[in-house]
Write a protein that binds this ligand. Structure first.
Ligand SMILES: C[S@@+](CC[C@H](N)C(=O)[O-])C[C@H]1O[C@@H](n2cnc3c(N)ncnc32)[C@H](O)[C@@H]1O
Length: 389
């Protein structure tokens, strides 16, 4: 089975009208959470395909949720009260939906994120398709926790749908998004056009390769991080193992993370900062986390400020029922955490190195409008500055 073709921007005007209509109907973090409920972070429960059973009350958004998030066949007559015929035509022409007789269906998902609408492949497992990653909760966290102070140049590595690049476009003069997957770049280019964002350039390539020689004030990445015994990291998926390849960080889980961090000295501008979201692995043997970060920074840890906000993560749970995977993880890893890693060039005499829980923040992390309550900005770093002797 081959992947359906990526979406294509046929008419910017039609895209703009469609976005305005969807947003006006409440197709936003708040609107979706009101219908789907919230997860522990406070985000809408976007991947619950039993949503109709779980909550019998209906909302005017139901046909759109069914069509654009849940992959359901939806009667065109149900959409008629929500969208104009031109909108439905635009959705079809842009390949966001397929229409068959009185039915519409989509092989894509359309996620709202802070006023953007972002197309990805759909969340339904289908390992034989070369998929563009959905906006999972970690995507929402990194898309929102980054400081929005104005910067000149920004880089989003492993961009997927382009979400972090598109968010950065609101406060950076120019943004580059890179992904090894041509399909991801086709989606991210579509998403830029669909959201009328013009200061982002998306390029196919391996991590920093397309931007060799350039420096950035902001680098963002959600590189694949799952420890995978069989699937190499960072390859465009050979068909049949794509689902794992999208998320594989190689056997250690750190093959791409380490390369992203190793590239910082070359690619961070003097005042630049890098934000990553990742699984933090703690192997049963070998150097501890701080030593590994130091190795990746070529032994120059004290030239950088490092702020790691992480919480314990039961990654074993994820493979319950898969005995081989669980045995591999148990043999090689003691424990896991999940969180953000932020690295900038050292600002003060004493370098910052903090690895621990984020500050006491009222959970859920997101408020009812989908606004995050934590930010990684200069103030966040300053809280961990060792006091001068
Ligand atoms: C988990 S997805 C992240 C997508 C998006 N940034 C997000 O967080 O929602 C990881 C992405 O990394 C890409 N990727 C894997 N190896 C890569 C490499 N060596 N260089 C650039 N991109 C890579 C994959 O194609 C995939 O789109």
């Amino acid at each position: 089975m081959t992947s359906p073709p990526p979406p294509e921007l046929t008419s910017p005007e039609a895209a703009s009208s469609l976005r305005t209509r969807l947003t006006g109907l409440g197709y936003s973090e708040r609107g979706l959470a009101e219908r789907l409920g919230r997860n522990a972070l406070g985000l809408p429960r976007l991947f619950d395909h039993r949503w109709r059973e779980r909550s019998p009350t209906t909302s005017a958004l139901d046909p759109l949720i069914g069509l654009l998030l849940m992959g359901e066949e939806t009667e065109l007559s149900e959409l008629a009260g929500l969208l104009e015929p031109d909108h439905i035509r635009a959705l079809e022409e842009m390949r966001l939906i397929e229409v068959r007789g009185p039915w519409a269906q989509s092989h894509l998902n359309l996620f709202p994120c802070r006023g953007l609408l972002v197309a990805t492949d759909n969340a339904l497992p289908n390992p034989s398709l070369n998929k563009v990653s959905c906006l999972f909760p970690d995507s929402y966290v990194l898309a929102n926790i980054v400081d929005r102070a104005p910067v000149d140049q920004a880089l989003d590595l492993c961009t997927g749908s382009g979400i972090y690049a598109l968010r950065a476009a609101s406060h950076a003069r120019a943004v580059v998004g890179v992904d090894i997957s041509e399909r991801a770049i086709a989606f991210s280019r579509f998403n830029a056009g669909f959201n009328d964002i013009r200061n982002v350039d998306f390029q196919v390539g391996d991590l920093y390769a397309p931007v060799a020689g350039s420096t950035f004030d902001l680098i963002i990445a959600n590189a694949p991080f799952n420890p995978e015994p069989e699937t190499p990291a960072g390859l465009e998926a050979p068909s049949g193992s794509q689902a794992a390849a999208l998320f594989s960080g190689g056997r250690s889980g750190e093959e791409l993370l380490s390369r992203v961090i190793a590239g910082l000295d070359r690619h961070l501008s003097p005042g630049g900062v890098c934000h990553l979201v990742t699984l933090l692995v703690h192997p049963t043997q070998g150097p501890d986390y701080r030593e590994r970060v130091s190795q990746w920074l070529e032994g120059r840890l004290s030239d950088f400020d490092v702020l790691i906000w992480a919480i314990p993560w039961n990654h074993f749970e994820r493979y319950k029922g898969d005995e081989a995977k669980t045995a591999f993880l148990k043999e090689h890893f003691e424990r896991f955490e999940f969180g953000t890693i932020s690295i900038r060039r050292r600002r003060a005499k004493e370098p910052i190195y903090y690895h621990g829980p984020p500050p006491q923040t009222a959970y859920p992390l997101f408020d009812e409008d989908g606004e995050i309550k934590l930010r990684i900005d200069d103030q966040a770093f300053a809280a961990y500055q060792p006091s001068a002797p």
